[in-house]
Design a protein around this ligand. Structure first.
Ligand code: PGA
Length: 254
């Protein structure tokens, strides 16, 4: 049985005040033991603050990116070793915003995946097609290519204890989520694709859906057999909606 996993991606939002209030509210709303892994990923500069504020709670700490190097002359970057040092457990890599704005390639993202595995951190690998690719019927080919970049570099076993977030780019921040049936079809494709190399890895890998998940559509999405949770952007900035999504995940997977 896969334990559901809901992660909040705060992106470039927040302040100390906001982090304090949001974390305190989440701790209150999610204080009971949930049969769901929960994480928040604040901006890098607030990670250490967030770690202390989360102290002793069941909410894990995620980062939004990592450099491929562990140390050295790489001005402005943050290493996996540093993230681990301050208590991060999960790291988002390959988000479409980084693929687009920072021109990150599949190969670079596979290197980030590798350094996270070496360091003992859990990669949350974002994959997903653009609107044009979707309309051209290339969704499966794009997802397969993005997963194969990691499998070719590291082998399918690298997906043991890793997370995949399927995020169709046209659904991110648009309010236009994929329908549960659309998302389920792609999630099943992803799991079957991994199963071609290892059915054991495919059975246990967590596949989150991301793209305009909110407290209204979460339950229907989580009711799908291959949707194991969500990577939540906008709705993770409000304690009420994020807590409701966590509860929907737990409820759906009972
Ligand atoms: P959204 O973002 O929930 O605001 O659509 C999701 C994401 O980009 O991770």
């Amino acid at each position: 049985m896969r334990k559901p996993f809901v992660m909040g991606n705060w992106k470039l939002n927040g302040s100390i005040e906001m982090a304090k209030n949001l974390i305190d509210e989440l701790r209150e709303k999610l204080s009971t033991d949930f049969d769901c892994n929960i994480a928040v990923a604040p901006p890098t500069v607030y990670l250490d603050f967030a770690k202390h504020r989360l102290g002793g709670s069941n909410i894990l700490l995620g980062a939004q990116d990592v450099d491929t190097h562990l140390s050295g002359a790489y001005t402005g970057d943050t290493s996996a070793a540093m993230l681990k040092d301050i208590g991060v457990t999960h790291v988002i890599i390959g988000h479409s915003e980084r693929r687009t704005y920072h021109k990150e390639s599949d190969e670079l993202i596979a290197q980030k995946f590798a350094v996270l595995k070496e360091t003992g951190l859990i990669p949350v690998l974002c994959i997903g097609e653009s609107e044009a690719e979707n309309e051209a019927g290339q969704t499966e080919a794009v997802c397969a290519r993005q997963i194969d970049a990691v499998i070719n570099a590291l082998g399918v076993e690298a997906f043991n204890d890793a997370v995949i977030a399927y995020e169709p780019i046209w659904a991110i921040g648009t309010g236009k989520s994929a329908t549960p049936a659309q998302a389920q079809a792609v999630h099943k494709f992803i799991r079957d694709h991994i199963a071609k190399q290892s059915s054991d890895v495919a059975k246990q890998v967590i596949i989150q859906y991301g793209g305009s998940v909110n407290d209204k559509n979460a339950a229907e999405l989580f009711a799908q057999p291959d949707i194991d949770g969500a990577l939540v952007g906008g709705a993770s900035l409000k304690a009420d909606s994020f807590a409701a999504i966590v509860k929907a995940a737990e409820q759906a997977k009972k």
